[in-house]
Design a protein around this ligand. Structure first.
Ligand SMILES: NC(=O)c1ccc[n+]([C@@H]2O[C@H](COP(=O)([O-])OP(=O)(O)OC[C@H]3O[C@@H](n4cnc5c(N)ncnc54)[C@H](O)[C@@H]3O)[C@@H](O)[C@H]2O)c1
Length: 314
């Protein structure tokens, strides 16, 4: 049972699903989100939830909440696509915001049990080591730089002040809750939406680029395991399936699972963020140390996503 929890970015995809998962086992959940890409409606209604519409760059609001919380799940972020459009926003949100949280938690959380930071496999860039392990990095985009730098501050606060940080490097998470109301959402939600609107599925590049797609429930398992295992403190973990999937294959699977095998695919020029040809994540460490498992295959995950999309995904 968690006590009082803070979830930053709780109106976003993963944050809102995390809140649903931990609500029954939390005393109270404080959510800080500036709603820049998140939706208030994504947060379940409950007396046990207090929503604060504000930015993690606002130190005053952080200092006010911190004395009350024991678990911090830090998911607020400016996303990869925005990072190349507004590099300063990316730096302020992902690095300065993350630093503010660590500093405020250090100063004001008297009973902090965990500070879990949702980082990203984007720190691996166009990796030459595949499958990629935690000791590798290749920083090419602003988002990778700001997220990786915030990881370093987790390490600094853990080393200097014993802040109980855990870094989870997530990889292409998809599933129920990923909504196209966020224009920067991932490719899976975009494909479901295209089929629903009888539009072609847009692929940037030739579609042969691969990603390691993780179903939301598997990703959430990693957050919970990191929260309950003391051995996770001070560690960095990859969270991915180890399965490489091309974007063309995702398009085919989505077409199949929706019963629209003849939907068209339209190829467009690569965007500035499309620098990664292959992504394949080695998650041996979290499997060995926290007994994390991949429970959902891509086809199972897509089936569940489709069911959600039909019922409430728009
Ligand atoms: N979705 C993925 O595939 C994926 C992969 C790797 C890492 N991650 C990481 O997981 C976390 C959650 O990702 P997501 O997919 O749910 O993203 P999301 O964009 O759906 O959610 C991010 C939330 O942060 C909020 N936000 C943005 N700037 C803020 C600020 N200054 N103050 C407060 N709130 C702010 C947004 O309004 C949004 O609700 C992020 O930190 C991201 O880097 C996600």
């Amino acid at each position: 049972m968690f006590g009082n929890v803070l979830v930053t970015g709780g109106a976003g995809f993963i944050g809102s699903q995390l809140i649903r998962r931990i609500l029954p086992i939390s005393q109270h959940i404080y959510v800080i989100d500036d709603l820049s890409t998140g939706q208030l409606e994504a947060i379940p209604e409950s007396e046990k939830i207090t929503f604060i519409k504000d930015s993690i760059t606002n130190k005053r609001v952080l200092d006010e909440i911190m004395p009350r919380v024991e678990y911090i799940f830090h998911l607020a972020c400016s996303n990869i696509i925005k990072s190349v459009i507004d590099i300063e926003l990316d730096l302020n949100t992902n690095l300065i915001g993350g630093f503010n949280l660590l500093q405020s938690a250090h100063k004001h959380c008297l009973k902090l049990r965990r500070f879990i930071y949702a980082s990203t496999t984007s720190v691996y860039g166009a990796a030459t080591l595949l499958p990629t392990t935690e000791d590798y990095y290749k920083i090419e985009l602003p988002y990778s730089a700001s997220k990786f730098s915030a990881e370093h501050y987790c390490s600094v606060y853990h080393s200097m002040y014993h802040t109980p940080t855990v870094v989870l490097r997530l990889s292409n998470v998809y599933g129920p809750g990923q909504t196209i109301l966020n224009p920067y959402c991932g490719v899976v939600a975009k494909f479901f939406e295209a089929i629903d609107n009888d539009m072609p599925l847009i692929i940037y590049g030739d579609g042969q680029q691969t990603r390691d797609f993780t179903f939301i429930e598997d990703a959430l398992d990693a957050f919970l395991l990191a929260a309950i295992n003391d051995g996770a403190i001070g560690q960095v973990y990859n969270v991915g399936t180890g399965v490489e999937t091309t974007i063309l294959k995702i398009a085919d699977e989505v077409k199949k699972s929706t019963g629209h095998p003849d939907s068209l695919v339209e190829f467009k020029h690569k965007r500035p963020v499309d620098v990664v040809r292959r992504r394949n994540i080695d998650s041996t460490k979290i499997q060995r140390e926290l007994q994390w498992r991949v429970n959902y295959s891509l086809s199972e995950g897509l089936k569940k996503t489709f069911l959600w999309f039909k019922e409430e995904g728009r």
